[in-house]
Design a protein around this ligand. Structure first.
Ligand SMILES: CC(C)(COP(=O)(O)OP(=O)(O)OC[C@H]1O[C@@H](n2cnc3c(N)ncnc32)[C@H](O)[C@@H]1OP(=O)(O)O)[C@@H](O)C(=O)NCCC(=O)NCCS
Length: 148
């Protein structure tokens, strides 16, 4: 919970909201309740990455049955420098170390989010379908079992 405020700032950044399914700003109290719930859940793993400069970003896995839904945010000031790809690779390694090949990482990315799509594909994810959500196309990507 010490990182609650940092995660809230990243979640409320304009680019993050534009690329999320729900575009409305998130109230701090709502965020804190949401975070407490996720941290208490056995199904969630939330990894925060930092380097010598400071915080880099977060990767979250929500595991249900044999699927791990991936969520990723890089700190606004650190975007576009390859950190997304780096922290996703690290996080996938941690997921594999915990679950082996029992769970399949899956991401849902809005079709207009070219940077996120490029990052997931660079990490081995492949498109498995397209969904429609509130008038927007959503690309569903998965990491094949032998992908990492
Ligand atoms: C999406 C996000 C996590 C990517 O992290 P990042 O550190 O900025 O991305 P990277 O620097 O690793 O770049 C990823 C790739 O996208 C490419 N790229 C950058 N802008 C692009 C664009 N507009 N269209 C297509 N590709 C683009 C980069 O060249 C890079 O490819 P490369 O590694 O082959 O050179 C980060 O930008 C972010 O936090 N965005 C806001 C939140 C968000 O959208 N999260 C994902 C929701 S699904």
């Amino acid at each position: 919970m010490d990182d609650a405020h940092l995660l809230w700032e990243w979640a409320n950044d304009a680019e993050t909201r534009r690329n999320a399914f729900s575009k409305a700003p998130i109230a701090y109290d709502t965020h804190v309740a949401w975070l407490q719930g996720h941290l208490a859940s056995e199904a969630t793993r939330l990894l925060i990455f930092a380097d010598a400069i400071g915080p880099v970003g977060q990767v979250r896995f929500d595991v249900a049955h044999d699927v791990a839904e991936v969520s990723i945010v890089v700190a606004p000031a650190r975007r576009g420098a390859g950190h997304g790809r780096a922290i996703l690779t690290e996080a996938l390694g941690a997921l594999r170390a915990e679950h082996g090949s029992r769970v399949r990482p899956r991401a849902r990315v809005l079709a207009h989010n070219g940077r996120s799509l490029a990052m997931f594909r660079a990490c081995g994810f492949v498109s498995v379908g397209v969904e429609r959500r509130d008038g927007e196309d959503v690309i569903v990507l998965e990491l094949p079992r032998d992908g990492v």
